[in-house]
Design a binder for this molecule. Structure first.
Ligand SMILES: [Zn+2]
Length: 365
């Protein structure tokens, strides 16, 4: 597999359109034509991560935090970013970042935190609602699967956590090819009847253009009949942070101890726990989610667990849930599992390894 092919796949799994305006997800360094020898998964990229990739025979690093956030005007090695870029280029190691794109997908960073804490009924804290379209394709029965595969590969046919969703019914399609046509079946000037399937898929607005292009390419007809119908429905297609329920409510201190152990925290900051008797609903946001405390309150959360909470933001707990700061790195450490699962889905032929370099720059005394 080439770097360009893996990049295309990752861009689909972690859509760049989801990233925040300040972000810089996607392929940051790399030769699109190189063959992939192995992929190293990491949260951050430091110089030692590039060395580790080379040692482990990986020429592709899939990381969470972008190495390059803003414009780089020169690469002379004057700062650590320039040195890492230089080292990656010299070592022929590609770097791909899935940052807020991985935060916002359904099943992303905060969902992984919820999974680790065994939360139920998990939904996004700040949901992105998207317009839904119904795409109806009339296709010869024998070619139905080919068209469906093209739709699914481009994000169509997804409803909530389900994918590959469609409805179909078989019938008869008629058409007459006129002079200048090059019909797939039938003869010029004769009305032809073909056994066709009418197949329906839901497609979100974000995926509509690429799904229609893919259907057009997969469809055997010269002029495929495709209906696009705008629906009243919207779907939650992405979101930042999550909220979910504990199967068995616990007293706050017990819950905090569980969080500390689960996220291997050396230290955990938290606000007054006496205001709540038991923890039932939990809001989570990997990284820096303190801006979502208001939404956590609205969603009925008893506690908000995130990282990077500033001193004055802790005061929000007077009018909202308990706030627990477990550390930025600690909250996102399991993101590598998301990367691994996404790559595993793609029937990859190269080795995927976890970085063991300590990239968290913070120490605790
Ligand atoms: Zn982060």
């Amino acid at each position: 597999m080439k770097v360009s092919e893996l990049t295309k796949y990752l861009d689909r799994e972690f859509p760049l359109s989801l990233q925040e305006s300040y972000d810089n997800c996607g392929l940051q360094v790399g030769d699109a034509d190189s063959d992939i020898t192995g992929v190293l998964l990491s949260i951050d990229v430091v110089e030692a991560t590039v060395d580790e990739a080379v040692e482990k025979g990986c020429n592709f690093i899939l990381c969470h935090h972008p190495l390059i956030f803003r414009g780089v005007k020169r690469i002379t090695g004057a700062n650590y970013i320039e040195r890492i870029i230089r080292k990656a280029i010299k070592s022929d190691v590609a770097i791909y970042a899935a940052h807020t794109s991985a935060d916002k997908i359904i099943g992303g960073v905060s969902y992984k935190m919820a999974e680790k804490l065994s939360l139920e009924n998990v939904v996004p804290l700040e949901a992105d609602n998207e317009q839904v379209y119904k795409v109806v394709v009339y296709v010869p029965v024998a070619d139905k699967q080919k068209v469906s595969d093209a739709v699914y590969a481009n994000g169509g046919g997804s409803i909530g956590a389900y994918d590959c969703c469609s409805f179909s019914v078989d019938g008869a399609g008629t058409f007459k090819a006129n002079d200048g046509c090059n019909p797939y079946v039938g003869n010029i000037g004769e009305i032809h009847t073909e056994k066709e399937s009418r197949v329906e898929y839901v497609v979100s607005r974000r995926n509509l253009t690429k799904v229609l292009k893919a259907v057009d390419e997969a469809h055997p007809y010269e002029e495929p009949a495709i209906d696009v119908i705008k629906l009243e429905n919207t779907i939650v297609s992405a979101g930042m942070g999550v909220v979910g329920d504990l199967k068995t409510p616990v007293v706050p201190l017990e819950f905090l101890k569980r969080v500390k152990e689960t996220f291997r925290c050396e230290m955990l900051k938290y606000t007054d726990i006496n205001k709540v008797e038991t923890i039932r609903r939990v809001a989570l946001c990997g990284g820096s989610g303190s801006d979502l405390v208001g939404l956590a309150k609205k969603m009925g959360a008893d506690i908000m667990v995130t990282g990077d909470v500033k001193y004055h933001q802790f005061f929000d707990s007077y009018d909202g849930p308990i706030i627990a700061d477990i550390g930025h790195y600690e909250s996102e450490q399991y993101t590598k599992e998301i990367f691994f699962n996404v790559l595993s889905k793609n029937n990859i032929k190269f080795a995927v390894q976890n970085s063991t370099i300590k990239s968290n720059p913070i120490n605790y005394l």
